[in-house]
Write a protein of this length. Sequence first.
Length: 157
Amino acid sequence: MVKRQVEKKRPTVLTSGVFDILHLGHVKFLEEAKKAGGEKAELIVIVARDKTVEKRKGEKPVMSENQRRALVESLKVVDEAILGYEEFNIGDVIEKIKPDVIALGHDREDLEKIVRKAVTDKGLMTKVTKIGKFSEDELNSSSEIKRKIIELYRRHS
C-alpha cells in the first residue's frame, strides 16, 4: 500500500503599507512580518493605492502605485505584492486571502483595532501581531528621507 502524502499549506502572513521610497526600515519590517508566520511562511503584501495614500496622508506618494508594488514584490522576502482594493475594506481582504497571521507596523494602532474587530466578526482564527520599531539612528521612514534630501539640497544650492 502506497501512502499518499498530503501537502501541508504554507502559513500565510498578510501585511500592508505605502512603501514610498523603499528603505531598510521597510525591508526589516517585511522580514519580521514573514518570521511571524513561522518556518516556510508565505508573505503577501498589500501596497496602498495612490488615492488611498493621498486621502490618508494628504499628499500623493513620490512613486506610483505600480512602481511601489513592483519594487516590494522584487524583494526576496516577499512572495506576492498586490495593490489594495479601490474601495478598501479590511474584512473583505481578510476573507479573500484568509491569512494565518496579519502583521501590523508598530505605529498602526488605528488599523489594529479595525483588523481585530474584522477577525472577530468573521469568526476567524487569524493571529494579529505588531512588529516592533527599529533603530532610531537609521533613516527608516520615507518622511525622514524626504526631509533629509530637502535639507541636503538646501545646503548645497
